[in-house]
Design a protein. Structure first.
Length: 256
């Protein structure tokens, strides 16, 4: 029968656990060889791990989890708290109630964050859903991104669908099929997109939007742009012109 190891309000030095590991307001030091748990790591209260961590799954009912190393598991669920990882995260499913932050990389299938996702390293997933803010410092390769608040990307971003309720600011190269933003969308470098739908304002450097740019407010493009059609409720300003199909403007059209 598999063992159950408990760490309760103390710091324990561990490397291998055959079974489940229960940590209650405690710390695990696995800095020398890492921690491998054949079963589930269950946490209660704030818990810390030093060294790489590998387990079948990690579950925390309440409290913040800090891992000074990398973590690998089939699933990670932090029900009432945050997760901070110094290095990389590898998991099929990640669910964090408050905030997730990692520094090196994340490779996952589905990621659901209730509050903030702070990606300081490369980010790869099939789908990421964030209720509040998603900040990405480096490369993002995610099929479907759904953010309720704001999204800011600094590195190269590749996606099929990006859906943002508030503001989306892309400072790095951006390639996507569908962009749907409720408020403001701004890109700092030329884009490669298929369609753009924004409720408020759009600011582009240039690039190509294959099908349509649909904007409720104002569209401003600083460099030459290729487009399918443009449909804007307010003002359109194309500073260096462009080429495409029809332009339907409810307010003013300026082409310089």
């Amino acid at each position: 029968m598999a063992n159950e190891y408990r760490v309760n309000r103390e710091t324990a030095q561990l490397s291998n656990v055959d079974g489940d590991l229960y940590v209650e307001r405690g710390a695990v030091d696995a800095s020398e060889s890492g921690l491998v748990v054949s079963g589930v790591i269950r946490c209660e209260g704030d818990c810390e791990f030093t060294g790489d961590v590998e387990a079948q799954s990690i579950v925390s009912r309440k409290g913040d989890i800090q891992i000074a190393g990398s973590v690998k598991a089939e699933s990670i669920e932090i029900k009432k708290g945050s997760l901070r990882v110094k290095d990389s995260i590898t998991a099929e499913r990640i669910r964090v109630n408050k905030k997730l932050e990692f520094r090196e990389s994340m490779d996952a299938d589905t990621v659901r964050i209730g509050g903030t996702l702070n990606a300081l390293g490369d980010c790869k997933a099939s789908r990421i859903t964030v209720g509040g803010t998603f900040r990405a410092e480096r490369r993002v390769n995610v099929d479907h991104i759904d953010v309720g608040g704001s999204l800011k990307t600094e590195g190269e971003t590749t996606s099929r669908i990006i859906d943002v309720g508030g503001m989306f600011k892309a400072n790095g190269p951006l390639t996507a099929e569908e962009i749907d933003v409720g408020g403001m969308f701004k890109a700092g470098v030329p884009v490669k997109l298929v369609s753009v739908k924004v409720g408020g304002t759009v600011g582009l450097v240039g690039g190509k939007v294959e099908k349509i740019i649909d904007v409720g407010g104002t569209l401003k493009v600083e460099e030459y742009i290729e487009f399918g059609d443009i449909d804007v409720g307010g003002t359109v300003r194309l500073r260096k012109g462009g080429s495409g199909g029809t332009i339907d403007v409810g307010g003013t059209l300026k082409i310089q």
